[in-house]
Design a protein around this ligand. Sequence first.
Ligand SMILES: Cc1cc2nc3c(=O)[nH]c(=O)nc-3n(C[C@H](O)[C@H](O)[C@H](O)COP(=O)(O)OP(=O)(O)OC[C@H]3O[C@@H](n4cnc5c(N)ncnc54)[C@H](O)[C@@H]3O)c2cc1C
Length: 401
Amino acid sequence: MPAMTPAPPSPARPADTFDADVVVIGAGVVGLAVAERLARSASVVVLERHEGIARETSAHNSGVVHASIYYETGSLKHRLCWEGNPLIYEWADAHHVPVLRCGKLIAAMTEEERPGLDEVLRQATANEARDLQRLSGEQARALEPHVPVVEAIWSPSTGVVDAFALARSYEAAARAHGALTVTHHEVTHLEREGAGFRLALRDAEGATSELRAGTVVNSAGLHAHHVAEMLDYPLDGGFLQDGAGQGVPVPALRQRVNRGVYYDIVDPEVARRISRPVYPLPEHAAGGLGLHLTVDTDGGVHLGPAAEWIEPDVPLDYRNPDNPALRARFLASGQRFLPGLRDDQIAPGQVGYRPKLQAPGGGQADFLIWRHRGYVHLGGIESPGLTSSLALAREVEKHLR
Ligand SMILES: Cc1cc2nc3c(=O)[nH]c(=O)nc-3n(C[C@H](O)[C@H](O)[C@H](O)COP(=O)(O)OP(=O)(O)OC[C@H]3O[C@@H](n4cnc5c(N)ncnc54)[C@H](O)[C@@H]3O)c2cc1C
């Protein structure tokens, strides 16, 4: 492990036997946002098992800056997405992160789908989603002339950010506050020791080392439940012992995995016909928002992501081999938005994995932020985790204060 940079002095620093006031496990967009926030007043080390930052979910997503339309009113997803949306734009402007303030359409593509917009609008209104408008087909087609929308909801505060550039900017800002990111180091063991924690690490060559920290933030994404288990967290809910030997009830933190596959529109002439994300009505029970069209900050246009539950703990494979049945499904979905889209104009795109606290077929689960005696676990940080990253970081800071 590289030598530690000297930790900046901090009033919050406990006994000086710690290598860092705070260890953040996981250098995804959320862990790095947390590090940036906490490093303003504490010494912070971020531990990441991969060779670089943002190699998992934070680099395999749609990059949409959501507007808090869909989530249960009052949930963390609702609140933190709502708070996070303007924070992302401000941050992106201040740190030169590519971002598009392009808005998004939620589109009824048939007469039968029109009533579905009522439900979306009802939830969005309850959530005080900003500046929504209902558009006639004609108004929607003025925005996206190639998409045969029958009626739509227009969300001007939705946008698209370069997720990897965002993660890099968080890391750079965290470093500027004195934080250290240590890649190629996997946390293999975590236990309480004295007033803090002892972490065992393994590097890429299999060499082991140790680190002591006063506080631990578990931002391990798809693996957050494994890290929680290291601290005897009962994943199906139950009781944790507090310092005085009392049982403290805890919510379930067993994560399931839902795979999201994309196909890309590879004909640049067709891609140029789309200027903003266009979503169908959501498919919450399937675990996603329905196959949609998204744009990226480089001008790419993508179809997806699909939502498929996979067995727990199967190795995650980020390859997306072409699959005739899947291709046919994507093509059919794409043709709803872009009639005339041809098979040779799409190709397999990226794959992302959603850490979900809900079981297959269950209702939407909320983010889980659980603080207990010096640590914080973040569970189920699926979409809108990117949008919420700065707001999640503030929330973690509040929990630790
Ligand atoms: C298909 C898809 C589309 C999405 N689209 C959007 C969207 O449009 N808008 C939006 O707001 N959100 C979206 N999201 C959600 C968003 O991408 C995530 O919420 C966000 O990236 C989560 O970031 P994270 O830092 O929590 O997790 P991650 O990016 O997964 O980072 C966790 C890190 O922890 C590391 N780690 C794990 N275990 C250990 C260990 N033991 N030791 C050391 N390191 C460890 C991992 O290697 C990983 O780098 C989408 C997600 C998916 C899957």
